[in-house]
Design a protein around this ligand. Structure first.
Ligand SMILES: [Zn+2]
Length: 93
């Protein structure tokens, strides 16, 4: 499980490209299933038509350890992600 992200980090791939990797696709699927597709903020079950978002609780700031940590990932709906969470992150330094 950890070998793939580490290999990616070794190659010095820019952070935004991590989102395009198969490892990330698998990781977020895992998080959605773990959380039963329920938004961690409003506790709504996310309907199929609105894609759930896999959010980093602590901004990863390019650190692989935070980016790839299952404990640091939560399922949120698009509304909460664009609302509460972005607000909270922008107010934090
Ligand atoms: Zn929500």
């Amino acid at each position: 499980m950890m070998s793939e992200p580490l290999r990616i980090a070794d190659k010095c791939v820019p952070t935004w490209q991590w989102y395009a990797t198969e490892a990330w696709q698998k990781l977020r699927e895992f998080v959605f299933v773990r959380d039963n597709f329920r938004c961690a903020e409003c506790k709504k079950v996310i309907a199929d038509k609105t894609m759930p978002i896999c959010d980093h609780r602590r901004p990863h700031q390019g650190q692989p350890a935070l980016f790839w940590s299952i404990e640091n990932l939560i399922t949120v709906c698009a509304d909460c992600h664009d609302g509460v969470i972005l607000l909270r992150k922008s107010s934090k330094r």
